[in-house]
Design a protein around this ligand. Structure first.
Ligand code: ZN
Ligand code: ZN
Length: 187
């Protein structure tokens, strides 16, 4: 699970085009990585959710966002040899996500769009333990939400931010299985 510190680091790496970032994969490897895309996107949304704003981060987000858009343009250019592997057909959906994330950072507001209005959907899974839906990428376990994975197996939990009955970071709805309930009450 991405923490605030990790989110800052990910944005800085994209800004400086460092190895392992979404921008570096596009620029150095001519590769579009959905995984690294979501890592970058989630980092911005986490900073918005946690109210972490600074001029430095604003500049880093602005510049990395420009790099991403430019690399997309080069991909389509006839004259340019930079063609991206694995470039998604629904790239519009990715750009829409980025637009909203960057805009919400600039305006210091949670995204006005609700999740289901986005063209590009996140992968959502159902937790085997508590039955809540959760974002696949928010958990290290295949079929367990970060909350249950943390309580039962000691994985890092999401630092939940609840808005409208669900965590905006991992999508957990606060459900508890009877078993976990008894564990918590037994403590
Ligand atoms: Zn669960
Ligand atoms: Zn959460």
């Amino acid at each position: 699970m991405v923490t605030v510190e990790k989110a800052k680091e990910i944005i800085e790496k994209n800004y400086s085009c460092s190895e392992g970032s979404f921008v570096a994969a596009l620029n150095d490897k001519d590769l579009f990585s959905p995984e690294l895309f979501w890592e970058y996107y989630n980092s911005i949304t986490i900073l918005v959710a946690e109210d972490i704003f600074s001029e430095e981060i604003t500049a880093q987000i602005g510049i990395s966002y420009q790099s991403i858009l430019k690399l997309f343009i080069y991909h389509f250019s006839e004259q340019d040899s930079c063609h991206l592997e694995n470039f998604p057909e629904d790239y519009n959906g990715y750009i829409e996500r980025l637009d909203y994330a960057v805009e919400s950072y600039y305006t210091r507001r949670q995204m006005a769009l609700s999740e289901d209005k986005f063209e590009l959907q996140r992968e959502i899974k159902t937790c085997d333990e508590c039955g809540s839906k959760y974002y696949a990428m928010s958990s290290k376990m295949q079929s367990m939400c970060p909350e249950c994975a943390s309580i039962l197996y000691g994985y890092d939990n999401c630092n939940h931010v609840f808005k409208g009955g669900r965590c905006i970071k991992c999508f957990w709805d606060g459900s508890r299985s009877n078993y976990i309930d008894s564990l918590i009450k037994g403590k």
